[in-house]
Design a protein around this ligand. Structure first.
Ligand code: BTN
Length: 318
């Protein structure tokens, strides 16, 4: 009901009488008043003036599922959203949901994480109401070996969404760091639940710094607000990310990985650079010459030998 009240008030410019709302939504005036109090507690600024009625002054910057799903024209992505104020990590909840059979496109969303997980055992700093922290369940029909491509696909989708929604150019550092002016704005963590030759489900974890102020950013990172010098609507940006992921994913399933790889190359800051790749206990140095069809980075060593790296951390040398 809260959702319908908000929708009704948003459509009107001025004040709407309590009678009109109550009648339209089939509730009593006392019932309406109770819902208005609940909405105020959620952060909606609703003013009530005797004889005039109610008017919505502002909506809070919260990722409430009904705000996210409204106008979200995807087929399955984000149709089911599990929303939390605070969780240890959205990855763990998504993993549980995946194992219980939650459908493809299910999203776990949190306003903050107390144990946000980054790649290679790192922590993902998740200040409340500032970023987008989500885990998305996908159930691709391809072999486990192809899942790294979903990470690349997500990275491309985030760059596209940032450009579309904020007008900002971003780049991808292999495998999946999103950078603006060489500082990290987003990261992706992919977890897999699979048999030998079949994927049960994949969790795409996305952490994006949106409205973080400079003082709350860790060294080497940035936020969209810093780059654009204004607050960004997290709801609209999140909707664009979900749209882009779904569009690229459907394309990938129908036509194969080439389009994704080609787009990834366009956004890459790694290709052409001299790199050091720290993977497992070894480190490889050379020229990043290409990305393979399965998402591996091809590095030409000084010896002339080209090797493929599937995981690790890249440092750009020059
Ligand atoms: C990286 O190290 O670059 C990957 C960071 C991924 C962070 C996201 S935030 C939402 C999801 N939940 C987590 O605990 N981690 C991912």
């Amino acid at each position: 009901m809260n959702e319908r009240i908000i929708e009704f008030l948003k459509k009107k410019d001025g004040y709407v009488s309590g009678d009109a709302i109550a009648q339209r939504l089939g509730i009593t005036r006392q019932g309406l008043w109770k819902h208005i109090q609940e909405l105020k507690e959620l952060g909606y600024d609703i003013v009530a003036v005797p004889h005039l009625g109610y008017k919505i002054e502002s909506i809070p910057d919260r990722l409430f599922p009904f705000e996210v799903t409204r106008d979200l024209d995807t087929k399955f992505t984000g149709k089911k959203i599990h929303y939390y104020e605070a969780v240890p990590s959205t990855m763990d909840l998504a993993m549980e949901l995946g194992m219980k059979g939650s459908p493809e496109g299910t999203v776990v969303l949190a306003e903050t994480q107390t144990k946000g997980k980054g790649r290679l055992g790192r922590i993902w700093f998740s200040p409340k109401y500032k970023g987008i922290y989500l885990s998305l369940i996908l159930r691709p029909k391809f072999s486990p070996q192809r899942t790294p491509l979903l990470t690349l696909l997500s990275a491309v989708s985030i760059c596209e969404a940032i450009k579309e929604h904020c007008g900002i150019d971003s780049q991808i550092k292999w495998p999946n760091d999103i950078l603006i002016h060489n500082k990290k704005v987003a990261g992706i963590l992919t977890e897999l639940n699979a048999e030998m030759d079949e994927v049960n489900f994949v969790i795409i974890g996305i952490g994006l710094n949106v409205n973080n102020e400079k003082k709350s950013l860790i060294s080497g990172s940035t936020s969209l607000r810093e780059a654009r010098e204004e607050e960004i609507s997290r709801v609209a940006l999140l909707q664009e990310i979900l749209r882009r992921i779904e569009a690229n994913y459907i394309h990938f399933e129908q036509k194969g990985p080439k389009v994704i790889i080609d787009k990834w190359r366009e956004y890459s800051v790694t290709l052409g650079k001299r790199v050091k790749v720290y993977s497992h206990r070894e480190h490889i140095e050379g020229q990043a010459v290409n990305i393979d069809i399965d998402g591996g980075l091809m590095v030409r060593k000084d010896s002339g030998l080209t090797v493929k790296v599937m995981a690790g951390d890249v440092v750009h040398c020059r």
